[in-house]
Design a protein around this ligand. Structure first.
Ligand code: ATP
Ligand code: MG
Length: 446
C-alpha cells in the first residue's frame, strides 16, 4: 500500500516493537492484559525494544488506526486477540483492509480445522471458516494448541505486523515456538549481523529466580560476548544464553555448549531440561526408562497435576491415574489417610500428605506416587498455615520424601506452582535413583 508508507526503509527503527492488545474485556477490566506483559518480557530479553503498548476494543476502525499508527513508529507491531470465529473477532479483517489485501480461505488451514472438528465428532460451524482466512501474502504461523494460526504481514517498507490469538497459552506457545525464531531471523537479516543469532534455553525448577541469578552471577563476565537472561515463570526460571551474531555459527554453538556446561555445573540440581522440555514429560521419560509408573493424589490442585502428567502423548506408559481427594472423607476412604491424622494435624500437614502419597501408591501398586495438599486461598489460611502453604510428598519404591513450601501469588498461581513442585520432588527422587535407604514407610491400614 504505497500511499501508507511514510518512512524510508533506511529509517527502519531497528529492533523496535509495539504491542496492540485487542478486546473489550481488557478495556472493561474483566481480563487482565497478561499477553502484553508476557510479550514485553520475552522480546525484551532477546534484545528487542518494546517502545509502546496499547489496548483497543473489538472494533475494526479502532484496530486499524492503532496498527497503522504503530507501524509508523516500530519495525514490528504485534497484535493479540480477535482471531476467533465470533462476530466480535475482527482483527483479521481490520488488518487485511489496512494493508489493502484480500482475505483468502487457505485450503490447508481449512482442512486442518475440519479435521479438528471431525476428531471431536462434531460438524464445523460455518462461521469457523473465518479462522482459515489468510490476508493475501501473509505468512502463517501454525498453532497446534488452537484453531486460529498466527499471521505475519509485511509492508513494502519492511514494517511487520504480527497477529496472534488472544488465548494466553496459545499465545505463549506460538511466541516461543514460532514468533521468536522468526524475529531472530528477521533481526539477523535487517541488522546484517555478521553471523546468525543463536540461543539456548536451560530450564530450572525448585529454585527462586534471585537464587538462580546469584549462583550464575560470577559467570556473567566470563561468558561474554554471550548474554544470560533470566525468565521466571510458574514452571520455574528459564535461563536463555544468547550469542548475538558476533561469532561464526560453529564457534557460537561451541561457546553456547561451553556456557551451558558451566551453568549446569552450578545449577545441576535444578536443571531438568532445555528448550521446550516440560518437567512432566521429563519425569515421564525417567519413569518409562525404569519401567515404572506413577499414581497421584491431589487436593488443592484439583486435577492439575494429572493434566500435566497426561499432557505428553504416550503418557499411559507411565501415568497410572489418581484420586482428586478434595474432602477429608475422600482422603480417608480412597487414600486411607487415618482419621486421627486429619484430626490431629489437619489435611494440610506433613502426616496427611505422606499418607496420601503412600495411599495413592498402594491403590495401583505403582513404584512412584505424588501427593499435594495445601491452601490455595483466598480463604482457609491460619496463623501457622499461611496462604500458599502447600505440603508435597513423593514416593519412589519404599522411599517417601515430603516438602513444605509457602508459595506467593493468587489461587491460580499457587496451584500451578504446587503441581510443578510435586513433579520436581519426584524428579529429584528419580535422579537420585534412591532405591536404597527406605525412610519411615508405614503400612497404611485399609
Ligand atoms: P478465540 O479463538 O478463543 O476467540 P481470539 O484470538 O479471538 O481467540 P479473544 O477472543 O480476544 O482471542 O480472547 C480469547 C481468550 O483470551 C479470552 O478468554 C480472553 O479473555 C483472553 N485474552 C484475550 N486477550 C488477552 C490478553 N491480552 N491478556 C490476557 N488474556 C487475554
Ligand atoms: Mg474471540
Amino acid at each position: 500500500v504505497p500511499d501508507r508508507i511514510t518512512v524510508q526503509e533506511a529509517d527502519l527503527p531497528q529492533g523496535t516493537v509495539e504491542i496492540v492488545t485487542i478486546g473489550d474485556e481488557l478495556l472493561l477490566g474483566h481480563t487482565i492484559d497478561t499477553n502484553a506483559a508476557f510479550l514485553s518480557r520475552e522480546l525484551g530479553q532477546l534484545g528487542f525494544r518494546v517502545i509502546r503498548r496499547c489496548t483497543v476494543p473489538d472494533a475494526e476502525a479502532e484496530i486499524a488506526n492503532a496498527v497503522h499508527a504503530a507501524l509508523e513508529r516500530a519495525q514490528v507491531v504485534i497484535c493479540t486477540g480477535g482471531l476467533g470465529p465470533t462476530q466480535d473477532d475482527v482483527t483479521r479483517a481490520a488488518v487485511a483492509s489496512l494493508f489493502g489485501v484480500q482475505l483468502d480461505v487457505n485450503a490447508e488451514l481449512l482442512a486442518q480445522l475440519e479435521a479438528r472438528y471431525r476428531l471431536r465428532g462434531i460438524p464445523m460451524p460455518a462461521r469457523n471458516v473465518t479462522q482459515a482466512q489468510v490476508p493475501r501474502g501473509a505468512l502463517v504461523l501454525p498453532n497446534p494448541r488452537g484453531t486460529a494460526p498466527g499471521l505475519v504481514l509485511v509492508r513494502g517498507d519492511q514494517r511487520h505486523c504480527v497477529l496472534l490469538p488472544g488465548v494466553p497459552h496459545e499465545l505463549r506457545g506460538l511466541t516461543r515456538e514460532q514468533l521468536i525464531p522468526y524475529l531472530v531471523g528477521l533481526a539477523e537479516k535487517t541488522a546484517q549481523a555478521a553471523h546468525p543469532i543463536r540461543y539456548r534455553v536451560l530450564r530450572t525448577t525448585g529454585i527462586a529466580e534471585s537464587a538462580v541469578a546469584e549462583k550464575v552471577d560470577h559467570l556473567l563476565t566470563k561468558l561474554l560476548p554471550l548474554t544470560v537472561a533470566f525468565l521466571p515463570g510458574f514452571a520455574g526460571t528459564d535461563l536463555r544464553l544468547t550469542c548475538w551474531g558476533d561469532l561464526p555459527e560453529l564457534e557460537a554453538d561451541r561457546s553456547l555448549d561451553s556456557a551451558a556446561n558451566q551453568v549446569r555445573q552450578v545449577l545441576s540440581d535444578h536443571i531438568y531440561g532445555e528448550g521446550d522440555d516440560e518437567l512432566a514429560a521429563v519425569v515421564g521419560g525417567l519413569l518409562r526408562a525404569r519401567g515404572q509408573r506413577v499414581t497421584i493424589a491431589e487436593s488443592c490442585t484439583g486435577g492439575l497435576l494429572g493434566k500435566l502428567l497426561s499432557d505428553a502423548p504416550g503418557a499411559s506408559d507411565y501415568f497410572e491415574g489418581g484420586v482428586i481427594a478434595y474432602s477429608n472423607s475422600l482422603k480417608h476412604s480412597q487414600l486411607g489417610v487415618a482419621t486421627a491424622t486429619l484430626q490431629q494435624h489437619g489435611a494440610v500437614s506433613e502426616a496427611a500428605v505422606r499418607e496420601m502419597a503412600q495411599g495413592a501408591r498402594l491403590l495401583a501398586g505403582s513404584a512412584a506416587a505424588i501427593a499435594i495438599t495445601g491452601i490455595a486461598g483466598p480463604t482457609g489460611a491460619t496463623p501457622d498455615k499461611p496462604l500458599g502453604t502447600v505440603w508435597i510428598a513423593a514416593c519412589l519404591n519404599e522411599q517417601t520424601q515430603t516438602r513444605r513450601i509457602v508459595f506467593p501469588g493468587d489461587r491460580e498461581e499457587i496451584r500451578e506452582r504446587a503441581a510443578q513442585a510435586g513433579l520436581a520432588l519426584l524428579w529429584r527422587l528419580l535422579r537420585l535413583r534412591a532405591d536404597a535407604a527406605p525412610t519411615t514407610e508405614t503400612r497404611i491400614p485399609r
